[in-house]
Ligand binder design. Structure first.
Ligand code: ZN
Length: 271
C-alpha cells in the first residue's frame, strides 16, 4: 500500500511538470472508491496551478476547485506526454496540454474527488480528521506529540498507525521508527516518557525523510511516476527481518501481529 513517502515521491515526480497545464479532457474508467463529484466535462478548460499533499492525499489545485487524489491499496500515478491507450486498470485520465496524468489502480480503493475548496464538506470529511504532518517541522512538535500520546492507552505502534496523532506513519515506517527510538511496539502510548517521545518524534521524521529521499519503498510494487522502483526497503533494519539477527545486538528479530498488521522489533533493543 502506498504510504506517505511514496505519495510524496509521486507528488515530487509530477508537481512541477503539470503546474500551469490546461485540462483538455477527462476520462473516467470503472468506478473508484468514491465518485468524482462533478461532470468530467466540466473540468475541461480549467488550469492546474499546483500539487500539494496532505497525509496520503494529493491535492491538485485548479484555478477553480481542486482534485483530491488517493492511491488506495494499489494505485499509482503516471504523468507522461504520450500516455498511450488506457489499459484495463487505468481508471482516471486527466489529459492536459502538458501531458496526461493517469491513475492505475487494479483494486480500485483509490479515488479522485473534486471539491470546490478545502472547506467543502466532502474535503472536511476526507481531510478533517488527519493528524499533523510529520515532515512539517512547525506543525509536528515533540512536546505536542508527547502530550497527544499521553491521552492514548493503545499500544504505541497502533497509535502511530492510527493517523490521527500524526499522519502517514504506515506499517513499515512505524516498525522502523520504533526500532530507531528503542521503544517496544506493544508499550501503551500513554507510558512513553517525554525523553522517549522526543526520540521517537525525531525517529519518525528521520525515517520518513530518508524514505522520501530513497524514492519510497519497494513493497507492493510501488513505483514512482516514471515507473522506477524505490529503495527504502533495502535499508529496513527490522521490517520483514523476522528470525534474522538484529543489526545492533544480534538478537533474532521478532514478528508479532497487532491489529492484523505485522510488527517487527528487537526484544533486546526495544523496551
Ligand atoms: Zn537488538
Amino acid at each position: 500500500m502506498p504510504e506517505l513517502p511514496e505519495v510524496e515521491v509521486t507528488r515530487l515526480g509530477f508537481a512541477e511538470r503539470i503546474a500551469g497545464a490546461r485540462i483538455l479532457a477527462v476520462r473516467a474508467g470503472k468506478p473508484l472508491r468514491w465518485p468524482l463529484g462533478i461532470e468530467p466535462g466540466a473540468l475541461v478548460g480549467r488550469q492546474v496551478l499546483d500539487v500539494r499533499r496532505r497525509g496520503k492525499y494529493l491535492l491538485v489545485d485548479l484555478d477553480a476547485g481542486l482534485l483530491l487524489m488517493h492511491l488506495g491499496m494499489s494505485g499509482s500515478l503516471r504523468f507522461a506526454r504520450d500516455a498511450g491507450t488506457a489499459g484495463a486498470h487505468d481508471h482516471f485520465d486527466l489529459v492536459t496540454d502538458l501531458g496526461t496524468l493517469r491513475l492505475n489502480d487494479p483494486r480500485r480503493f483509490g479515488a479522485v474527488v473534486f471539491v470546490e475548496g478545502e472547506s467543502d464538506s466532502r474535503a472536511i470529511k476526507l481531510l478533517g480528521g488527519l493528524g499533523v504532518e510529520p515532515l512539517d517541522a512547525l506543525a509536528f512538535r515533540a512536546d505536542d506529540f508527547h502530550a497527544a500520546l499521553r491521552r492514548r492507552k493503545a499500544p504505541i505502534k497502533q497509535v502511530l498507525l492510527g493517523g490521527d496523532v500524526v499522519v502517514g506513519v504506515g506499517n513499515i515506517y512505524a516498525s522502523e521508527a520504533l526500532f530507531a527510538a528503542g521503544i517496544r511496539p506493544t508499550l501503551p502510548a500513554a507510558r512513553v516518557s517525554l525523553p522517549r517521545a522526543t526520540k521517537l518524534h525525531a525517529a519518525v521524521r528521520a525515517t520518513l525523510a530518508r524514505a522520501v529521499e530513497r524514492g519510497g519503498s519497494t513493497l507492493r510494487d510501488f513505483s514512482n511516476i516514471d515507473g522506477q522502483n524505490g529503495h527504502f526497503q533495502l535499508e529496513a533494519k527490522v521490517y520483514a527481518r523476522a528470525g534474522q539477527a538484529c543489526l545492533v545486538c544480534a538478537t533474532p528479530i521478532r514478528k508479532i501481529l497487532q491489529g492484523q498488521r505485522s510488527t517487527f522489533y528487537c526484544p533486546t533493543c526495544q523496551k
